[in-house]
Ligand binder design. Sequence first.
Ligand SMILES: [Zn+2]
Length: 501
Amino acid sequence: MRNQQARVFRRSVLMLTVVAMAGLAVLVWTGWLSLGTHSSEEAVSSADESVPAMGVPSELSSEERSLAIDTIFTSQKQMALTFNGLADMETMTSLLHELDKHDIRATFFLPGMRVAEEPDLVEKIVQAGHEIANNTLDQQDMSEWPIADIYEDLRLTNELIEREVGIQPRYVRSRSGDYTDDLRRAAEALGMEAVVGYSINPRDRDGKSAAEIGAYVDRYMRRGAVVLLHTNLNPEIVDAIAYIADAATHKGYSFVPIGQLRENGTVYKPLEEIPGFDAAQMNPDYADRTYTLIESIPNGKKEIAMTFDDWGSEDTINAVLDILDDYDLKCTFFLVGEGVEKNPNLARAILDDGHEIANHTYSHKVVTTLSPKELQEEVVKGHQALTEALQEPPLMIFRPPTGVFDDTAARIIAATGYQMIVNYDVDPMDWDAAHSAEDITNTILEQTVDGSIILLHILDDKHTIEALPNVIEGLQAEGYSFVKVTELMEYMSGNERILEQ
Ligand SMILES: [Zn+2]
């Protein structure tokens, strides 16, 4: 059986020393001086007998697992371009040239056996500033292997890489990019930082053209993404680099090695370790709760707040953030937990840009259609999703989906800890794509007064982005200035337009 042979091969490999000379690997069996007279059967039985003597390494007795990374936790517009495998000298030279031309530093996951065969080529990769990582000895499918065999495979690969180029790999990836708990335990036992998967797989292995590979990366580009490519399966990969680099430059992203991407990112804290994660709680005792409803806060200074609701794609939200940055405006975002969970890096990017974030439920259900328990779950789950993504709690301010609520719902919400409900007095209905940029702009300019709170959305495929510059310039021309909702709230006390219940 193939698998059996492969496993026997791994065990034999434990006793291998690989010496590479002039690109030619010479394998020397240590301990078997009569190499060549042994049949493979004899080698097999010798290797099998030696296993109980060595036993399972004591490091493997721990259940601890290394990190597993598919996306790096960063709010910066950076991604990792990663390659599995080591192609021939000619392909690699072209690839390195392309990467250098586009100022991309990548991460190369190299099979240990190929490193031993071509140390000069690996040295070239290192010299070009790329990161070297472990791609197992020779990319076998390890998913069914005993953990001791996985451990030895990774250990030997690390050893080969260190011997040839003096680098201790911090990361490992399997042949497919998938990983098991045993792979993570083996990586942990070896003191490696993480098992790395991927978040963007353009499937270059399926014979895609350079343009197709580039278009795929362009479409799914996002903060912290790990792009999976192969050096040795499809020659189109060399020409794909220009497409990928141009798309990234156009959208303002750069590629850095995984280690650097992680250093530039945020250390992720689990929800329970973030102060304020439990500020919202289920609470059946809501009948006598009070709440505050705000729809606008006039202060005589023509200050207004622009607010953005819901969730959208990386491209849509980037476009909104870019416009707000161009006009140096800070706004208030009411985010849906379920969306934020899918792209926490983007949620943190909103915060990092100086905007503030509040709770708009977990899954955008109209609150008056829910039982008290369901409604509180929506609020609490939304709070937790935002807290985990942002690594800090959102504002304790709630906006009901579609703006609809009643007195009972407001009390139920308040009982969770969200006593402040912020709606709006200007609604251009930009969530409806039937409303053009001009419609949106005109409605806002007609409805806005001192202290207004304007409702907009960060949904995909609407006319909001197109309208925004005209909205901002039109309101500024009328003497309005933009502040965040919490800044408007500083004028609340004694104001008759605040509905105290
Ligand atoms: Zn909404």
